[in-house]
Design a protein around this ligand. Structure first.
Ligand SMILES: [Ca+2]
Ligand SMILES: [Ca+2]
Ligand SMILES: [Ca+2]
Length: 500
């Protein structure tokens, strides 16, 4: 598969003296291991066939001459065992079936008890989990369970999915090539250093729930983008009800978190069925003010957003929106902020607030995204890195760090652009969205999956899930365990969902 590259690198600083940038990457394969929904580890009851109960008779019950269901492919309304039948009828039994074919290895089937298994049908309104417990307690029954439904490993048909190294790293990412000024260099990466989003989709929440809303506090969002599920928002930058995106940054953030999956277009966001609440905080000049962000946080909390993603920053000055952050946090909004792109030992605000989860950027090689060692970067507000540029080879920025850093997420990833000529690209998508701006909504999407599976979790519990599930990063300037360069490590959606 041939990768498309923009003819020139696309990386723009967020207005208002903040950082953010974009670019992105490319290519290849999808490999999704078959993953069964794990009933034991789920806090929810896995899906099961309505009204259907599987039972295995106790050996003595099956040996009773009164037992009338010894043939395969049979259907009946009674077992012939009077006490069992009356218990089943009280529970609402409608019909009984046996397996359709007689096993050819008859003795083996008998040893394993297959010849004692029955499929019972009850009214679909019945609670099969509770009924299984009741029926299993009967002396004639050895075992009873709902007819559980397996989930399929999910490989979406979205054409940019193979480029999404952060979902499933197959070493498909092509490094920056300075000669052609494009991401067309050699492929780099550590296979399976990724957030396991493909595996996570096989859990009970699938692509996520549309009732979990992620507020994108940014330049606005393309409200008509066919790859986004957008709910009502507001424009706090200009004080009106139209949070349309004139710039592209917010639309790109929205796609990372929640571009629709399986719809045959673009990429697949992390929480691909979550809803996006567009909260525009850029004014007509593109400036993002603290007052606008503070107002957006209160609105998010009051209008049902469970997550807010903030890919902008200021530092070292505290912008004075700690009270609004607390308001949203205490209302149950899990908050994410980007640490900044200066390759500097400083986590910017709002990520620097304790109640905001601070997200840095990870390369496909398991390192912190580092800048080049070129001193000319200082003129652009980026600190040259003594270790030199990370494996992506893109020189112009590095992920900030420090003890306020919490977690890392992928960067240089495909996402949505303002459709048509607007935004960063002439089309509807951007292959190389970068900066910690890209990482922040990625982590927000992981939180979206976690809350889709268990919406009762508090922001603190969501954060703990992400930390507990994170993959420790030790490459580059990182070290074993928590470290100030890569925090608790790379977010992992699959591990965060299993709660361990
Ligand atoms: Ca899509
Ligand atoms: Ca466009
Ligand atoms: Ca580490």
């Amino acid at each position: 598969m041939k990768r498309k590259n923009p003819s020139t690198p696309t990386h723009r600083a967020m207005p208002g003296g903040l950082l953010s940038m974009m670019l992105a990457i490319g290519l290849v394969l999808l490999a999704a291991g078959a993953t069964w929904a794990d009933a034991a580890s789920s806090s929810l009851v896995p899906a099961h066939a309505p009204g259907i109960l599987r039972v295995r008779l106790a050996p003595q019950a099956a040996a009773d001459p009164a037992f009338a269901l010894r043939s395969y492919g049979a259907q009946a309304s009674r077992t012939g065992l009077p006490e069992l039948d009356s218990a089943l009828i009280r529970a609402g039994l409608e019909t009984i079936r046996t397996a359709p074919f007689a096993p050819r290895r008859q003795r083996l089937a008998a040893e394993l008890g297959l010849d004692r298994e029955l499929l019972l049908r009850f009214p679909t309104s019945q609670d099969m989990v509770a009924l299984a417990e009741t029926i299993a307690a009967l002396p004639q029954i050895e075992w009873a369970a709902p007819d559980w439904i397996f989930s399929q490993a999910t490989v979406p048909n979205d054409p940019l999915y193979p480029d999404q190294w952060g979902h499933d790293n197959q070493k498909q990412f092509q490094a920056w090539d300075p000669q052609s000024s494009s991401f067309s260099g050699p492929t780099v990466g550590t296979v399976d250093f990724d957030a396991d989003v493909d595996d996570a989709w096989s859990d009970t929440q699938g692509y996520g729930s549309s009732s979990i809303t992620i507020a994108i506090i940014d330049s606005g969002v393309d409200l008509q983008h066919p790859d986004l599920n957008v709910v009502t928002g507001y424009d706090f930058g200009e004080g009106d009800s139209d949070p349309s995106d004139a710039q592209g940054h917010g639309t790109a953030c929205a796609g990372v978190a929640a571009a629709k999956a399986g719809n045959g277009i673009g990429p697949a966001g992390v929480c691909a069925q979550c809803s996006i609440m567009p909260l525009k905080v850029a004014d007509a000049s593109g400036n993002i003010t603290a007052s606008a962000v503070g107002n957006a946080l209160v609105y998010a909390a009051d209008h049902g957003a469970r997550i807010a993603s903030m890919s902008f920053g200021l530092g070292p000055i505290d912008p004075g929106i700690g009270s609004q952050v607390s308001y949203a946090y205490q209302a149950g909004v899990t908050l994410f902020g980007a640490v900044g792109n200066n390759n500097l030992s400083r986590v910017l605000y709002p990520a620097a607030y304790a109640k905001v989860i601070a997200i840095g950027a990870a390369t496909p090689c398991g390192e912190r995204k580092r800048s080049a060692s070129d001193l000319s970067l200082l003129l652009q507000g980026v600190v040259p890195d003594p270790l030199g540029v990370s494996c992506d080879n893109y020189p112009a920025w590095g992920s900030n760090y420090g003890l306020k850093l919490d977690l890392m997420a992928p960067t240089i990833i495909p996402t949505t652009d303002i459709h048509g000529s607007g935004g960063y690209a002439s089309g509807d998508y951007l292959l190389y969205f970068d900066g910690t701006s890209a990482s922040c909504p990625f982590a927000a999407g992981v939180a979206g999956l976690v809350l889709s599976k268990d919406s009762s979790l508090t922001p603190e519990q969501v954060k703990q899930r992400l930390i507990d599930g994170a993959t420790d990063m030790t490459a580059g300037d990182a070290s074993v365990g928590y470290d100030s360069r890569t925090g608790w490590g790379l977010v992992n959606a699959d591990a965060a969902l299993s709660g361990n």
